[in-house]
Design a protein around this ligand. Structure first.
Ligand code: NAD
Length: 472
């Protein structure tokens, strides 16, 4: 198919040359594009220009077309989940294959589409006013290395459902799998609605290319999923930004909790995909009277307890860089890799490493994104809440809590003000795993949208009709 396109283009150019015609810029552009996979362009400007043209065509289509596009993405990608998971683990060297299968399946099946674009209406003697959610145009979306394909797929569903085109800046560390997914997304969309380049990227997705995209005049909205640096960089552009930044989620366990279940939930959440999710439990703050029982049950659920101070120090040398950053080489690695690197022996294959630390230890303060979970012991719930708030660091991203005391749960929910607060479950319940609620891997805390979906990728517009259509 692609070869035919190239041959046809070459023929067209030769004929135009023979006829003495100049090569039109469009033909040159088409020819360049044919060298790359579907939706992939040599320059940022070419990609955004193509996306802009495509979005203008898409805007003329009925909502049914968008529904078909979303349905086609779900159908086409479901059989590819295992391959996507395999390629992601191989390329990034992070996470767990089985968990990536779960995440990709969830984002495909549980990300809302066009139905998320609700309409509001007010009617009265003055007439009728509608509030509708319209497309922005071209969205520039930046994806992280930790959920690379989940972000591309989830953002595509939501952004296309809202009538936009999207330019993706994938993380260079997940470049191959991301470009493969972006190209496939564009192919599926094109085959479904006959509009090419609604999902585009650039052949060489560098940081510089991402920065060029951020300031491009035809990008109408930036959706940035990543660490603190890239979110603040996007905010400096002066454009509308949906910023999904870092978190450091604590998990409070008080003496009223079902301790066996709390231990099992925490191990499941903190070990899921080797803790690279921004929502994953990064520390436990346990009330002293139940801390031993909690640790005992965490061990029963596959965690390895490190007690020896020297071993904890060895692990710190492996996991933390400069006292306040994760050692990038160790992010998302299996617990056994971390133990081997630290020279700590083990007798079974643990899913998670746990150890008791103070609240000031780097394991508790730094967003490690590794299967290492510090447990901070506190005398009572008041102290637990205070400590957990300190560890969350005012990011307002995610927190979890295990308790049967409703007023304490309510107090913590109000105090944390996090985008996600999971009570009596693993952190991943906050993105729809084994729980109610839709799925997203773009949790926009700094800009306030929280768990994003199609409605956030649309402009709320007010459409006023005077003197009529109030039929009460
Ligand atoms: P990262 O910040 O290194 O990279 C994220 C993206 O930003 C990549 O595409 C990268 O190429 C790009 N980027 C980085 N610096 C840039 C710059 N100066 N200019 C332009 N582009 C730049 O993050 P990561 O290591 O890929 O992902 C992990 C981080 O992302 C963690 O902090 C995690 O909490 C956060 N995260 C947040 C969410 C959320 O929904 N809130 C979801 C996933 C990850």
């Amino acid at each position: 198919m692609e070869t035919t396109n190239i041959e046809e283009l070459i023929k067209k150019i030769i004929i135009e040359k023979l006829q003495g015609k100049e090569e039109t810029p469009q033909v040159v552009q088409e020819q360049k594009k044919a060298k790359y996979p579907s939706g992939t362009f040599e320059t940022v400007d070419e990609a955004i220009c193509a996306a802009k043209n495509a979005q203008q065509k898409f805007a003329d289509e009925p909502l049914l077309t968008r529904k078909k596009v979303v349905g086609a993405i779900r159908k086409a990608f479901l059989p590819l989940i295992e391959e996507i998971a395999k390629r992601t683990v191989e390329e990034t060297g992070m996470g767990v294959y089985e968990d990536k299968v779960v995440k990709n399946r969830l984002v495909l099946t549980n990300t809302p589409g066009v139905e998320d674009l609700y309409t509001e209406v007010q009617t009265g003697d003055g007439g009728m006013t509608l509030y509708e959610l319209s497309p922005y145009g071209v969205i520039g979306s930046i994806a992280p290395s930790t959920n690379p394909t989940e972000t591309l797929i989830g953002n595509s569903i939501g952004m296309l459902a809202a009538g936009n085109a999207v330019f993706f800046s994938p993380h260079p560390g997940a470049r191959n799998v991301s470009q493969w997914v972006i190209s496939k997304l564009n192919e599926v969309v094109n085959e479904t609605c006959g509009i090419n380049n609604l999902v585009v990227t650039v052949a060489n997705p560098t940081i510089e290319a991402a920065q060029e995209m951020m300031t491009h005049k035809d990008v109408n909205l930036l959706v940035v999923t990543g660490g603190p640096g890239v979110v603040s960089q996007a905010m400096r552009t002066g454009k509308k930004v949906i910023g999904a930044g870092p978190g450091n989620p604590p998990s409070i366990v008080d003496e009223t909790a079902n301790i066996e279940k709390a231990a099992s939930d925490i191990v499941k959440g903190a070990s899921f995909d080797n803790n690279i999710l921004c929502i994953a439990e990064k520390s436990v703050v346990a009330v002293d009277s139940i801390a031993d029982l909690l640790i005992f049950n965490m061990e029963k659920n596959g965690a390895l307890l490190i007690k020896n101070k020297e071993d904890i120090q060895k692990l710190e040398k492996v996991a933390v860089a400069g006292g306040e950053h994760p050692n990038k080489k160790m992010v998302g690695k299996d617990a056994t890799v971390l133990l081997d690197e630290a020279g700590i022996p083990y007798t079974f294959k643990p899913r998670l490493i746990i150890c008791e630390t103070t609240k000031d230890h780097p394991f508790a303060k730094v967003e490690l994104m590794m299967p290492i979970l510090p447990i901070v012991r506190v005398p009572d719930f008041d102290c637990a809440l205070e400590t957990a708030l300190e560890l969350e660091g005012g990011l307002h991203h995610t927190a979890t809590m295990h308790s049967q005391n409703i007023s304490r749960l309510n107090r913590a929910a109000k105090a944390f003000q996090t985008s996600i607060f999971v009570k009596n479950g693993p952190s991943y319940a906050g993105v729809g795993v084994d729980s109610e609620g839709t799925t997203t891997f773009t949790i926009a805390t700094p800009t306030g949208e929280g768990t994003t979906s199609a409605r956030h990728f649309a402009r709320r517009r007010r459409c006023v009709l005077l003197d009529g259509f109030s039929i009460r």
